[in-house]
Write a protein of this length. Structure first.
Length: 333
C-alpha cells in the first residue's frame, strides 16, 4: 500500500481527515482533483487507492505540472493524468471523453506556493511586478486591470470581491494616479496608493493589513475565480458516478455562498402552493448533502496551519437518476 513519503511538499492539505472521510475512496476508485496545487490532498487521497485506481490532477498554474510529475512517480503504479487548464474546461473535456469519477475534489483559491513566490505579485508584503495570474501565460495581469478598468468597475471589484469598505476612495486614488501618468506596475505602488486613500494612511484600521482586501479582490478578478467556480460546479456533479462524492473547500465567504446555493439547488425543493394536498411540481433531488452547513477546521488544525482558518468545506453525494423531492402525496422522500 502506498504511504505518504517523508519528503512530501511543505504544503499542508486543509481538513485532511474530513476530506478523506467524505471522499470515501476505495482501491480502484477514479478521482478528479480540480485544484492539484502542491498535491497535498492528492497524496492523502492516493494513499486510499493503494496503487489501484486513477488520479486525474488539474491545475491552471504551469508550476503545478512539474509537481504532478513527482507525484505520479511517487504513487506508481496508480494511473495518473494531468490537465493544465482551468477546471471547468478540464471537466468539459473529461465529460466529452465519457470519464466518470468516484470523487471530485475542489480546493479553490490561491495556493501557499503562489503566495510564497514573491515574483508572482500575489503578496502585498513583497515588492514585485503586479501580476497575480495563476496561469501567467493567459489573460491580463493585475497591473493591466488597474490601468484599464474604469472607476465604477474598480469600485465594484473592490467592493464585491474584497468586501472593502473604502472601495470608492481606493478606486479613485488608483484612477488619479494613472491620470497623473504614473502607472501602478508593482505591488509596493499599489500598497502606497491604498494607504494614501485610507483614513490615517490605513494605520488605524483593524482587520489586518490595509491592502489585504484590495489584493484579494484583484486576485479574484484577474483569475475570474468566482466565475470558474460557478461554471465548474454543475460540471463536477455531472462527472460523478451515481453515489460519487463532490468535496469542495472554499476560502472566502463569496465562494462558499456560491457552493451553498448550488447545493441547495441540487437538493431541490417542492414549489407547489402551500396547502396543495398532492405534489404536482415534480421537483427533483440531484445530490444529497453530506455536511450540515459548512464544516470548519478544528482549533487544533488552525493552530498548526493558520492559513486553514477560513476554510469552509461542503460535500455532496450524487443522486443519479435524480429522485423526486416529495412523493405525489406530498411526503418528503
Ligand atoms: C488552494 S490550492 C490547492 C492545494 C491542493 N489541494 C493541495 O493540497 O496541495 C489551489 C490550486 O488550484 C489552482 N486553481 C485555482 N483555481 C483554478 C481553476 N479555476 N482552474 C484550475 N486550477 C485552479 C491554483 O493554481 C492552485 O494551484
Amino acid at each position: 500500500m502506498y504511504t505518504m513519503l517523508p519528503d512530501s511538499p511543505p504544503h499542508l492539505p486543509v481538513m485532511p481527515v474530513e476530506v478523506r472521510e467524505l471522499a470515501a475512496l476505495e482501491p480502484g476508485s477514479i478521482v478528479i482533483d480540480g485544484t492539484f496545487g502542491a498535491g497535498g490532498h492528492a497524496r492523502l487521497l492516493a494513499a486510499g487507492l493503494a496503487g489501484d485506481g486513477t488520479y486525474i490532477g488539474i491545475d491552471r498554474d504551469p508550476s503545478a505540472e512539474a509537481r504532478f510529475r513527482d507525484f505520479a512517480e511517487e504513487v506508481a503504479p496508480l494511473a495518473t493524468r494531468f490537465l493544465r487548464m482551468p477546471f471547468p474546461d478540464a471537466f468539459s473535456l473529461l465529460l466529452e471523453e465519457g470519464v466518470s469519477a468516484d470523487a471530485v475534489i475542489l480546493d479553490v483559491g490561491v495556493s501557499s506556493m503562489q503566495l510564497d513566490e514573491p515574483e508572482r505579485g500575489f503578496a502585498y508584503a513583497h515588492d514585485a511586478p503586479l501580476d497575480m495570474r495563476m496561469d501567467p501565460s493567459s489573460g491580463a495581469g493585475a497591473a493591466e486591470l488597474l490601468a484599464t478598468a474604469d472607476l465604477n468597475e474598480l469600485t465594484r471589484i473592490l467592493r464585491e470581491y474584497g468586501e472593502e469598505k473604502f472601495a470608492r476612495p481606493i478606486a479613485k486614488a488608483i484612477v488619479r494616479r494613472r491620470e497623473d501618468g504614473d502607472p501602478i506596475t508593482h505591488t509596493a505602488d499599489l500598497v502606497e496608493v491604498i494607504r494614501s486613500a485610507l483614513p490615517g494612511g490605513g494605520r488605524v484600521l483593524k482587520g489586518g493589513h490595509p491592502a489585504k482586501r484590495t489584493f484579494q479582490a484583484l486576485r479574484v478578478a484577474v483569475n475570474d475565480e468566482l466565475g470558474m467556480l460557478d461554471r465548474g460546479l454543475d460540471l463536477a456533479l455531472e462527472l460523478l458516478k451515481p453515489d460519487g462524492r463532490l468535496v469542495v473547500m472554499a476560502f472566502q465567504s463569496l465562494e462558499d455562498r456560491i457552493v451553498k446555493r448550488r447545493i441547495e439547488a441540487w437538493s431541490g425543493s417542492c414549489t407547489c402552493p402551500p396547502g396543495l394536498p398532492v405534489c404536482r411540481c415534480g421537483a427533483l433531488t440531484h445530490a444529497a448533502s453530506l455536511t450540515r452547513g459548512a464544516q470548519k477546521p478544528t482549533a487544533a488544525e488552525v493552530a498548526e496551519n493558520p492559513r486553514s482558518a477560513s476554510t469552509r468545506l461542503r460535500a455532496v453525494r450524487r443522486i443519479e437518476p435524480p429522485r423526486l423531492v416529495r412523493d405525489e402525496y406530498g411526503a418528503a422522500l
